[in-house]
Ligand binder design. Structure first.
Ligand SMILES: [Zn+2]
Length: 252
């Protein structure tokens, strides 16, 4: 049995039996871990508010090779998410983002970049609640990238010629990009040069920096709809319709 101490973000927690809870944790260096928190439902539980969704905690747990669930021993709050989850909009949006994270990232796949991205996204919304829509699009793009479902959008999938900065591109059935010279019909979604620039920025900037440059709400809505279809394809996620409704708001 191994003892692990790690920083993590609580993705979810739910009841198990009479007194216990299960917490789904995104750890800094052991990926997503499911933990049993014994006695967590009791009034004077040692976990306190350490199992609240989106809290950043220092966790100590015991892991047996043969078991999928680990035994949570401690969850000390490093940063409470009370301010975040008191906003219904933030709670709904991050509940969706957490769902797709759990669906796309295999359990115990240790990629510290996913933890950093989640933590930075929460930090950006905490600092500027108005950035929720932009941060969500950033999160969707990065999750697709980190989970290996983002195609190479640097060049045309047919002629392999790199796109110029001002070039628009058509999105193919497999979410590959096709240049104007290679495309056979005018139908389907198109990425404008502006859309491509926003996507390129998401690749090199932090979520806070990405959200601080004003992006037209129509662009965010369009990119988010495309990313949601890519996520739906990647997961076969049946809640995608619900997610679309909870997603970026289009101004009327
Ligand atoms: Zn081409």
């Amino acid at each position: 049995m191994a003892v692990v101490e790690t920083e993590c973000i609580v993705l979810r927690s739910y009841d198990l039996a009479d007194a216990d809870k299960i917490a789904v944790l995104l750890t800094a260096d052991h990926g997503i871990v499911k933990a049993v928190a014994k006695g967590a439902k009791r009034l004077k539980s040692k976990f306190g508010s350490g199992l609240e969704p989106l809290s950043r905690v220092n966790a100590v747990y015991f892991k047996k090779e043969t078991r999928e669930l680990v035994d949570l021993d401690k969850a000390e709050v490093l940063e409470s998410a009370f301010d975040l989850i008191s906003s219904p909009e933030v709670l709904t949006q991050f509940s969706y983002l957490t769902d797709i994270l759990i669906s796309l990232v295999p359990a115990e796949d240790p990629d510290p970049a996913i933890f950093r991205m989640m933590n930075a996204s929460l930090g950006a919304v905490r600092k500027s609640p108005d950035s929720l829509d932009a941060v969500s699009v950033y999160f969707e793009a990065w999750l697709l990238r980190l989970a290996g479902f983002f195609p190479s959008w640097d060049s045309c999938s047919i002629c392999k010629i790199s796109f110029r900065e001002e070039e628009a591109a058509q999105i193919g059935a497999e979410f590959q990009l096709i240049c104007v010279r290679c495309r056979k019909s005018a139908g389907g979604d198109t990425l404008t040069a502006g859309d491509r620039e926003v996507i390129a920025r998401s690749r090199r900037q932090s979520p806070a920096a990405f959200a601080s440059e004003s992006i037209p709400p129509e662009t965010l809505a369009k990119l988010s709809a495309i990313f949601k279809r890519m996520i739906g394809r990647a997961t076969g996620f049946d809640k995608i319709d619900r997610a679309l409704h909870a997603g970026v708001r289009v101004p009327r």
